[in-house]
Design a protein around this ligand. Structure first.
Ligand code: DOR
Ligand code: ZN
Length: 336
């Protein structure tokens, strides 16, 4: 039995760090979890919609942890003209995030009509920016659409983008369904997907009535979870870590209408090692966290390593005001 595991410092290609006091609380925990580079999401208040804001956000995060490598993405909205995209490319901004309107936290300013942004997608292809997509349609009871089928119903939108903009790199974020996994597998090499640790663990029964496991997109059926597990077990370079670690204060989770989001970043690699071992693919962990994503995003290999050892790791009940994923449980692996 493997007793220790040394990996390159991990990359997390989908992370929420918020603003102000919350940002200052959660940023120091990222490297503690074994992550050295992260793509930070732009669904702040107000959202990150300009090059200047993105650079200021990166600087604010790095003023808390100067050793963290921070990649940024802009919130797709009418302010993103061709000129802004070109300047973003020159300024080293990594991507643009598409939030369909009204599907998740702070998506009220999101996109109602994806087709209205074709000029932006063309400019992104030219500038080499990556499109990150929250792939869900809005619920609509009259059309039998709800959180359980919202992801597969969004796939035709991605398919159209891929067809019209074959040079555009697209990441379908936090995939949760067998349909999305199959779509990514059969699409061209410019389509990839991120997977969270909680979606590898959870199904619908685990969040219905358990607010701390509630996130968007919601965890789905056992066969969907099986497809996600098969995707990471296959070692396919199209799937990599985007944790969607999303801190919310305890009182915003432990209430009648809880916010969507699961907080995983302080123990990212211990959670993942515990999970990958349970599903029998621990040997695929290094590629998932530090190889596949950086190749797709075309960023440099990490120079530093981290070591995990087989030693019980008690997940704290809270980090300040935030309750982490699997609070109070014990993981099989600890950071050294
Ligand atoms: O569960 C989620 N939380 N999903 C998202 O898409 C956004 C995130 C957040 O910002 O809290
Ligand atoms: Zn997210």
């Amino acid at each position: 039995m493997l007793e220790s595991l040394t990996l390159p410092l991990a990359d997390d290609f989908h992370l929420h760090v918020r603003q102000g006091a919350m940002l200052r609380d959660v940023v120091p925990l990222i490297r503690q979890g074994g992550v050295g580079r992260c793509l930070v999401m732009p669904n702040t208040v107000p959202p990150i919609t300009s090059v200047e804001q993105a650079l200021a956000y990166r600087d604010e995060i790095q003023s808390v942890d100067p050793d963290l490598d921070v990649l940024t993405t802009l919130y797709l909205c009418p302010e993103l003209t061709r000129d802004v995209i070109m300047r973003a490319g020159d300024a080293g901004i990594t991507g643009v995030k598409l939030y369909p309107r009204g599907v998740t936290t702070h998506s009220d300013l999101g996109v109602a009509d994806v087709g209205a942004y074709d000029e932006v997608f063309a400019a992104m292809s030219e500038a080499g920016l990556v499109l990150e997509i929250h792939g869900e349609v809005q619920s609509d009871a009259d059309r039998d659409i709800c959180v359980m089928n919202a992801e597969p119903l969004f796939l035709p939108v991605v398919e159209r983008l891929h067809r019209h903009f074959p040079a555009l790199r697209i990441v379908l974020e936090h995939v949760t369904t067998a349909e999305a996994v199959a779509f990514v597998e059969r699409a061209g090499e410019r389509i990839a997907a991120t997977i969270t640790v909680h979606h590898l663990d959870l199904i619908v029964d685990d969040w219905a009535g358990q607010n701390h496991n509630f996130c968007k997109p919601v965890a789905k059926y056992p066969h969907d979870r099986a497809a996600l597990r098969a995707a990471v077990s296959s070692g396919s370079p199209k799937f990599f870590l985007g944790s969607d670690s999303a801190p919310h204060p305890r009182d915003a989770k432990e209430c009648a209408v809880g916010c969507a989001g699961v907080f995983t970043s302080p123990l990212m690699l211990p959670y993942l090692a515990d999970c990958f071992e349970r599903i029998g693919c621990l040997e695929k962990l290094a590629a998932f966290v530090s190889e596949n994503g950086r190749r797709f995003y075309d960023v440099l290999e990490s120079r530093d390593c981290v070591t995990l050892e087989r030693r019980p790791c008690d997940v704290p009940k809270a980090y300040g005001s935030v309750v982490p994923y699997r609070a109070g449980e014990t993981l099989a692996w600890s950071m050294v």
